[in-house]
Design a protein. Structure first.
Length: 503
């Protein structure tokens, strides 16, 4: 290797944070220009897997050398725009890029069923734009740019949801647009108020200035606005009304992508503002954010699960299940302890894996059956054995069975509740998990113990292009349930960092 080639590799390596945003953004335009479905998919695949590899490299650097600060245009923060990667957003970036790549691998056959082929290149362009926005929100160190990237991801999400085959997809997209606009407005108002108090938009500098100012009415209103804005994007109960329809009527591939990434990044933004800007003593001591979030989280855990039990459309059932699972993440934050926040962050990682896998199973069922109604699952355990076995594995994780990732998350949440002396909350966590057993069992019972109709057509197993990503995710729910050093290790280290505890 020549000296010039080595310098080029070093330069590219140093610019990896910026490339995480620039490459998907530019590649979206390329997908529009090529206009051929397979060519656009190939471009998107190279970009998605390249981004995942870059996220792995960045995570390795953070573990070895600490926080990465990248100054855009050479302007040093806080005067210039900063990309900042620490243990927290390195974990989230790994989730976002990994899910993007895996779901994209499964997309061609599923899209053939649900999206007109002449629109596939537009779909991949929108997919990469959404990926750009989500990655940008994750790694930017500038509060205003969080809003900018939020709008990029949101606008592309609205268009992706509208790709569904029914008119309900359009109305669901419009409903999400209205709610998302309200959420973005509240977030921008909150950021503006913090800027008015601190005179800076750099997140790290905001924290320093805000600590000097202390709590006042403007800071309280800013926290409320940011909480409402991110709460809408996160679908915190009762601000979740956009989520069930969006997940139900969007193409299954879109649902598998958004369910595992969009709400997770919104949760990251909430955690980032609460701990890195306002600080735990101010947010939980002076402003008592936990008194608001904990009741809402517990209500979500039960309300989402109760409603899921009575759904006949399995995509809708899983959508309401997501409302309940988001409740667990918010509960972890509201416990205001290292163990509780570890549970919330590790559930971000774990829920992304299991829920993306479950929605990819829905993509396989739509491909073969044309429907995700409960009746369509009759006898599928024998007709699509590998697909339904993956559903069972991911479903057990959703319940929280030992040796799965769901158990790991809930264990840390229970520990966090007990450490805080909140024994009733620990009991409620266990009881809400039993509700998940009910709605998962409904599907298992129909798939394995009910005979298909006599006039039912022959159904073959899902194609390998779908089965492989499904089982990668289903297998991951067991692997990371047994080997927890990556997920729990990173989540615990990130939680201690946010609380200022020695690593």
């Amino acid at each position: 290797m020549t000296g010039g080639e080595a310098d080029l590799i070093t330069r590219v390596s140093d610019d990896l944070p910026a490339l995480q945003i620039a490459v998907p953004l530019l590649s979206a335009a390329i997908c529009l220009l090529v206009r051929r479905a397979r060519a656009a998919w190939a471009v998107a695949m190279v970009v998605a897997w390249g981004s995942f590899a870059s996220a792995c490299v960045l995570l390795s650097r953070v573990l070895q050398s600490g926080t990465i600060s990248y100054a855009e245009g050479g302007w040093r923060p806080p005067w210039g725009i900063e990309l900042r990667i620490d243990l927290l957003n390195a974990l989230v970036l790994l989730v976002v890029t990994g899910i993007c790549a895996i779901v994209l691998t499964a997309s061609p056959r599923s899209l053939d069923q649900e999206v007109w082929r002449e629109h596939h290149h537009k779909f991949y362009a929108l997919y990469l734009l959404c990926m750009t926005g989500l990655a940008g929100m994750t790694i930017t160190g500038d509060a205003f740019n969080i809003f900018v990237f939020l709008e990029i991801s949101s606008l592309s999400s609205y268009a992706l949801i509208a790709q569904g085959t029914t008119r309900r997809a359009l109305t669901s997209s419009l409903q999400y647009l209205v709610m998302g606009t309200i959420g973005g407005t509240f977030l921008l108002l909150g950021i503006g108020m913090i800027y008015m108090v601190t005179g800076t938009l750099n997140i790290a500098d905001m924290a320093v200035q805000l600590a000097a100012v202390g709590p006042n009415r403007t800071v309280l209103v800013a926290l409320a606005c940011i909480g409402i804005g991110t709460g809408i994007k996160l679908a915190v109960f009762p601000l979740h009304i956009w989520l069930p329809n969006a997940y139900t009527y969007a193409p299954a591939i879109v649902t598998a992508f958004l369910a595992a990434t969009a709400t997770k990044v919104a949760y990251y933004v909430l955690v980032r503002f609460v701990f890195s800007v306002f600080g735990a003593p101010l947010a939980f001591g002076e402003l008592r954010l936990d008194a608001v979030l904990m009741p809402l989280a517990i209500a979500a855990m039960f309300a989402g699960s109760f409603v899921a039990i009575f759904q006949d459309d399995i995509k809708r059932m899983l959508a309401y299940s997501s409302v309940a699972q988001i409740g667990y993440m918010v509960l972890g934050l509201s416990l205001a302890s290292v163990s509780g926040l570890t549970g919330g962050l590790v559930h971000l990682f774990n829920h992304a894996i299991m829920k993306s896998g479950l929605f990819l199973v829905m993509a396989a069922v739509v491909l073969r059956m044309g429907s995700t109604r409960l009746d369509a699952f009759a006898g599928l355990g024998r007709r699509m054995p590998f697909t339904m076995a993956a559903f069972v594995v991911a479903g057990l994780s959703l319940i929280g069975v030992p040796l799965t990732v769901g158990f790991v998350s809930k264990w840390y949440l229970v520990v966090g509740a007990i450490e805080g002396g909140l024994w009733p909350v620990a009991v409620l966590i266990l009881l809400s998990s039993l509700l998940a057993l009910i709605y998962i069992w409904r599907v298992v019972e129909v798939a394995y113990f009910r005979q298909p109709p006599e006039d039912a057509p022959e159904v073959s197993e899902a194609p390998a292009s779908l089965l492989v990503p499904i089982w990668v995710l289903a297998g991951a729910t067991v692997f990371f349930g047994v080997f927890t050093s990556l997920s729990v290790g990173l989540a615990s280290a990130a939680a201690r960092m946010l609380f200022g505890v020695e690593l």
